[in-house]
Design a binder for this molecule. Structure first.
Ligand SMILES: [Zn+2]
Length: 185
């Protein structure tokens, strides 16, 4: 084998290694998928996640840290806020249902979503009475109503009184703590 042939074989092997590494990385980053046949999301790394189980969860901070992606953890468990106009749902109007990204609890239907200029997905009512709970929030020198998941107490966003009819409410949510399952035809 001459020098050029050896060089080509080397390059081919390097390319194959790179492709394999990429494929492995991609596979690792897929942590959840929607099971269209059952219309539910599966998150193998999160054993508490369910779109149908409504049993209340009471997990430790360490446990949440283990099962949630870091960006979801920061919003859900430390009440962080994503930057406006950056989340994946602030500007969508696809028909379907929104669930808690931490536990899978049903939160909102797309028909209660409205176009808001605030840069976060906004809804005028929750999906059912167990969807969310409220807490007084006096941080940042103002009084606000914090909205938490009704099943797992994760921080979702805040509730304001400047929403459209019929409720006049605006549930201002962080996209990062929402999962979405589109309606099947
Ligand atoms: Zn939840």
């Amino acid at each position: 084998m001459n020098y050029y042939n050896k060089f080509s074989v080397c390059m081919l092997l390097l390319s194959l290694l790179a492709i394999t590494a990429c494929a492995q990385k991609k596979e690792h980053s897929v942590v959840s998928k929607t099971d269209i046949s059952k219309n539910v999301i599966q998150k193998p790394e999160n054993p508490y996640y369910s779109n149908t189980d409504t049993t209340k969860l009471n997990l430790s901070e360490a446990e949440w840290k283990k099962i949630l992606p870091e960006d979801v953890f920061e919003v859900a468990r430390h009440a962080d806020t994503e930057r406006p106009f950056t989340g994946k749902y602030w500007n969508t109007d696809v028909k379907g249902t929104y669930y808690c990204a931490a536990c899978g609890n049903k939160l909102f239907r797309s028909d209660s979503k409205f176009s808001s200029s605030c840069g976060w997905p906004s809804f005028f009512e929750m999906a059912n009475k167990n969807s969310v709970v409220y807490k007084d929030d006096n941080s940042l020198g103002m009084h606000r109503t914090e909205v938490l998941c009704g099943r797992c107490d994760s921080h979702l966003g805040h509730l304001f009184d400047d929403g459209p009819p019929p409720t006049g409410k605006r549930y201002c949510m962080n996209s990062i703590v929402l999962d979405f399952i589109p309606d099947t035809k």
